[in-house]
Design a protein around this ligand. Structure first.
Ligand code: ZN
Length: 732
């Protein structure tokens, strides 16, 4: 009713409770009434085709994602335009643009029928506080609103705490008081939950799978954190359960495999084989990383085992939600490492995602590289005109000269319009040693800042290579017929660079377009046309003998070029605070999660008396419900946790800690001595000692040296980074 009345709404429903119906029914009714189309944004590109074919027969849907060819997209859009479909599924990248696609494949509005509403699936990805925040989601709503004129949003998610829900609601423009319409219990009632802290996890897992609860189940998922572990555990299960398991009589197909591993590192064919045999019931246990199960539609999974602790309650609830979709009783068990080993393992992932102040500063300098707007020589006409328009009233000007604080002196007058800039993705990933998503997140923060430091545009190829087969003479001819090339060569001459004997050029087409005041697309088209320009033709044939190529996929943005040092510092501070806050939140969630599981854990995996199991299960469900439905106790929660962490470390004792530190320092020195010709930052060394891969120091290479990789996983990351920095400085 809310969607049919055009009211934006957020729906929080656990898996299998009918979230899809919430968009399908209104989409059907809207189309029946007025032929409009409903947009559904879903992050699961690999499952989109399944989603389309899995819809009810009365609902016709098509999808557009960045893996499609232009012709395929055109064909799909034609159907939409004809009003033949009710639902258009889009991947976020298809809307926003992302690497791989090169640019957004967004259809223009005039080519679309009226949009009824936009449904955002997995809406928690919009919130940066959620467990799987996706930077491109942040810009999604803005694009839907600005470019497609969407007014009504439906957000769907299975997991959102009140804080996440508020954040999502704000992004979707949903009034917080009334817009969060539906909320279900976090855990379906047919699930029986249990936790144990067995000393020998492998042994315990086998006896659990042989035992009363799991022994008779014919479809089980076992989740592990690490890829290597999935293969090992699957082999263990195969060896130990072989011949002891007697399948139920009513199996649809004969069982072929007892256990198999699944993770994102396997080949696509291998993943498909495992998934298909599990779906068809020929594989009993799949041992997987979290990569398995997104959008999985198998209703008769009756057991989910967590071999390792998940990183937060959101992941836990999502993963156990894959059991008992058919409403039959289902069992979920979690093994909690009594020593807290899983905690260290999971902290690793959090540190892998954060960046230090120095790296932020380097990125900020790239984004806001200085321009010449302020200098009179650049564009005198434009500058004067601008000043005339923005001149403050005379009396205010006087105030400023008097030294009084007025709004004019507080907010420095900007002469700079934003400039278009390209930040080459691969090059920046390597020089800053952060992953692409990490850079994208930081850029999004700057766009969403109240001062809107920059505008992000869809990624683009920024470097242009122009090659004249006709030699320098032909290049001179090109300069005569192409304004962009003429401008570029004139600039180069001013800068003292001579290209008169060259037959090829390479330049940044984005900054060239910006300095000319032309649109990038226009300049690119003009350059591309040189390849067919009859005036440049050397002999016969259609081509001109001029080759134009674009390369270097880049973040494309508009940013100021006249920020003062003070402003640059405050931008860096702002970003750094955000990064630190995110890290803190993630660590806090991890701790909360561990403590909650510990509070309901059995010493061993059982068997235990029925009532006792039932009691602990309800107790854990209550904790989960509190987490998802109640506001946190407030600010007090944080410091209390921190104190506890400090206690944990003080347990080591001062003398012992110093001894440990000197051993670590010795290892750092050893490491640096072996790899003398490589440049490390303290953070890079800490990552290696924690076993965290990064673009410049990937796990495949650095993980081979077992002397250092993961060696100090349990030692505080930041302290380790500090020690490494000290050693690096001392070694120079
Ligand atoms: Zn400027």
């Amino acid at each position: 009713m809310r969607i049919l009345s055009g009211l934006s709404t957020l729906v929080v429903l656990s898996t299998g409770m009918g979230k899809s119906l919430c968009y399908q029914l209104p989409a059907y009714l809207y189309h029946k009434r007025s032929k409009c189309v409903t947009l559904v944004v879903s992050p699961l590109v690999s499952l989109m085709d399944d989603q389309v074919s899995g819809l009810p027969p009365c609902l016709k849907a098509v999808c557009i994602h960045s893996n499609m060819t232009k012709a395929q997209r055109e064909a799909v859009m034609e159907k939409v335009r004809q009003g033949e479909v009710q639902v258009l599924l889009l991947s976020p990248e298809a809307l926003v643009g992302g690497s791989g696609s090169g640019s957004s494949c967004l259809p223009s509005t005039d080519r679309l029928p009226a949009v009824a509403f936009a449904c955002i699936d997995e809406a928690h990805c919009v919130s940066e506080w959620s467990h799987n925040f996706r930077p491109c989601y942040l810009r999604l709503c803005q694009i839907l609103r600005d470019r497609l004129g969407v007014r009504c949003f439906l957000g769907l998610t299975a997991t959102a705490t009140p804080a996440t829900a508020r954040d999502v609601a704000q992004h979707l423009g949903i009034p917080a008081e009334e817009g969060i319409a539906v909320r279900s219990a976090a855990v379906p009632p047919n699930l029986r939950l249990s936790v144990s802290m067995d000393r020998d996890r492998d042994q315990a897992l086998i006896s659990l799978l042989r035992g009363e609860r799991f022994g008779c189940l014919d479809s089980i998922i076992v989740y592990c954190t690490r890829r290597e572990e999935t293969a090992r555990v699957a082999a263990l299960i195969r060896t130990c359960l072989h011949a002891t398991w007697i399948p139920k009589k009513n199996l649809r197909r004969p069982l072929k495999w007892i256990a198999d591993a699944y993770h994102a590192g396997l080949s696509a064919a291998e993943r498909r084989r495992v998934q298909n045999s599990f779906m068809s019931g020929q594989l009993r246990v799949v041992v997987a990383t979290v990569a398995f199960g997104m959008g999985l539609d198998k209703s008769d999974v009756h057991g989910v085992v967590h071999y390792n602790m998940p990183k937060n309650f959101e992941s836990y609830v999502q993963e156990i939600g894959r059991a008992g979709r058919d409403g039959e009783p289902a069992h979920c068990h979690l093994f909690l490492d009594p020593e807290g080993g899983d905690l260290h393992e999971l902290r690793r992932h959090i540190y892998g995602d954060t960046v230090d102040f120095f790296t932020i500063k380097k990125l900020v300098q790239k984004v806001f590289s200085p321009c010449k707007c302020g200098t009179a020589s650049e564009t005198p006409g434009r500058r004067q005109g601008e000043e005339g328009a923005e001149d403050p009233a005379p009396e205010e000007e006087e105030e400023e000269e008097d030294g009084g604080v007025t709004r004019w002196s507080e907010q420095r007058r900007r002469v700079c319009y934003k400039h278009e800039r390209a930040i080459p993705i691969q090059q920046t990933v390597e020089s800053l040693d952060i992953r692409e998503e990490g850079i994208e997140t930081l850029l999004c923060y700057l766009e969403l800042h109240p001062q809107r430091w920059l505008d992000l545009l869809p990624p683009t190829y920024s470097s242009c290579r122009l090659l004249c087969y006709g030699g320098p003479r032909q290049l001179r001819a090109v300069a005569r017929s192409s304004p962009p090339i003429a401008v570029f060569l004139a600039r180069e001459r001013l800068a003292g660079r001579d290209h008169s004997h060259a037959s090829s050029l390479e330049f940044d087409v984005v900054s060239l377009s910006d300095s000319m005041g032309w649109e990038v697309a226009l300049v690119k088209r003009a350059l591309r046309q040189l390849q067919w320009d009859p005036r440049l033709r050397q002999g016969t044939g259609g081509k001109s003998g001029v080759l134009v190529e674009f390369g270097d996929l880049s973040f494309h943005l508009r940013a100021y070029g006249d920020l003062t040092d003070q402003e640059l510092d405050s931008v860096c501070d702002f970003l750094h605070r955000r990064v630190v806050a995110r890290e803190k939140t993630a660590l806090g969630q991890l701790r909360t999660c561990f403590q909650a599981f510990r509070s309901v854990a059995f010493q061993t995996c059982g068997p235990h008396p029925e009532e006792e199991e039932e009691e602990k299960s309800s107790c854990l469900k209550a904790l989960l419900n509190d987490y998802f439905e109640k506001e946190p106790a407030g600010e007090q929660a944080e410091p209390a946790c921190e104190e506890e962490e400090e206690e944990e470390e003080e347990d080591l004792g001062d003398a012992k800690l110093r001894e440990r530190e000197s051993q670590i320092r010795a290892d750092i020195r050893h490491f640096l001595a072996i790899r003398q010709d490589e440049k490390f930052s303290g953070r890079a060394v800490a990552r290696i000692f924690h076993g965290i891969g990064s673009p410049c120091f990937p796990a495949q290479i650095y993980g081979r040296d077992r002397r250092f990789w993961r060696k100090y996983l349990s030692f505080d990351f930041h302290r380790l980074a500090r020690l490494a920095t000290e050693e690096i400085l001392a070694s120079r």
